[in-house]
Design a protein around this ligand. Structure first.
Ligand code: NAP
Length: 332
């Protein structure tokens, strides 16, 4: 299959790199220094799958018009705040792409892609795979889970194209499933990333890593309080947690445990991550550390809107949103 990735930074390079390594034809659309490094020296990936240098089947360009030929799949992977600009630049590319999907975090991205590319072209997709761009041509892949990506038709059900995508990702080492309930996966992923990101940015400051905060009792308490607000909204939407991204997801358990039980569970997770030597940060926490505007309106705002629609009180989520919006106003 031919893939083109619009906005290949951390995650787009990791996904594109593994797909190319497994024999898919991949074009990355990225910033000039990154494109130049990849085309001259290859893409270096290190992390949970060891060290790789990818050169075969991979090319990088700096604008959508330079991506030559026809593609089976366009994957949107700019940050949410850059989507509109990137789509405007890709007008000339969309007619050359059979299918379009986004692996960004957030809700509403698929509807936006349907307006842009046409309803039938868009597939639902979600991933937890981790990717960070360190320097041009060099990325790390600090996180994966036993199932790391999910695909499905947005109106429900699976299809030949969602099955083929799951197979291609799985062949490349990114174990994926094609499922009939992709909207639930997308909302539950937002519970996960919204909780993890909202918590990390409102708790960890500029030095700490994810597990550092969970090892402190008050840190774990804040995590559980925020998760309970998110789960209240998710439950009121009619969903029951499935732990799509187990073992990182602990939402089935958090939903059933009382507050103290939840705190003990999260402190245990912090201990386990420490023993594994993990030094992870959420992508939104990385943004704050690098002085970049965050995706707070894509990751937390959908739950605030849903809570308002459903008449639910979510005081911890509201506080976290206010704290992050204040910081965000001063980021570039
Ligand atoms: N990283 C993860 O671990 C992870 C995991 C799951 C989901 N996600 C989601 O995936 C999305 C991407 O995250 P990321 O961490 O990969 O972000 P990222 O590292 O910032 O990658 C996005 C890249 O796109 C570039 N870009 C922006 N506008 C562009 C344009 N018009 N044309 C070409 N390139 C453009 C950015 O360059 P500049 O920085 O110069 O603007 C950046 O290099 C986010 O929605 C995130 O929430 C991330």
């Amino acid at each position: 299959m031919r893939f083109v990735i619009l906005g290949a930074g951390g995650l787009g390079s990791v996904i594109g790199g593994y797909l190319a390594k497994a024999g898919e034809d991949v074009t990355l659309i990225c910033r000039p220094a990154h494109a130049e490094a990849i085309n001259s020296k290859g893409l270096k990936i290190s992390g949970v799958r060891g060290e790789h240098l990818v050169r075969e089947n991979l090319s990088a360009v700096t604008s959508p018009d330079e991506a030559a030929g026809e593609f089976d799949h366009l994957i949107v992977l700019v940050k949410g705040k850059d989507t509109e600009t990137a789509l405007a630049q890709a007008e000339g590319l969309k007619a050359r792409c059979k299918n379009v999907f986004s692996l960004q975090n957030g809700i509403g991205k698929e509807e936006r892609l349907r307006q842009w590319a046409g309803r039938d072209k868009v597939v639902g997709a979600s991933t937890i795979e981790g990717g960070t761009l360190h320097e041009p041509g060099v990325v790390s892949n600090p996180l994966t889970t036993p199932t790391t990506a999910w695909f499905g038709e947005l109106d429900g059900g699976t299809s030949a194209r969602t099955d083929a995508l799951a197979e291609a990702f799985t062949r490349s080492g990114l174990v994926a499933k094609s499922v009939p309930n992709i909207m639930q996966v997308l909302w539950e992923k937002l519970v996960q990333i919204g909780t993890a990101s909202g918590w990390s940015v409102s708790t960890l400051g500029l030095r700490l890593y994810f597990q550092d905060g969970l090892l402190i009792r008050q840190g774990a308490e804040h995590y559980v309080a925020l998760a309970k607000d998110m789960l209240r909204v998710y439950g009121a939407m009619g969903y029951t947690p499935q732990n799509f991204y187990a073992p990182m997801s602990q939402f089935k358990e958090l939903n059933e445990l009382d507050f103290e039980g939840g705190v003990a569970l999260m402190m245990k997770l912090g201990e386990r991550l420490k023993q594994q030597g993990m030094r992870g940060r959420t992508s939104m926490h990385e943004d704050v550390i690098r002085g970049k505007k965050t995706e707070v309106d894509f990751l937390l705002k959908p739950f605030l809107d849903k809570a308002a629609e459903l008449g639910l009180q979510v005081p911890v989520l509201e506080t976290v949103y206010r704290v992050i919006k204040t910081q965000d106003a001063y980021l570039e």
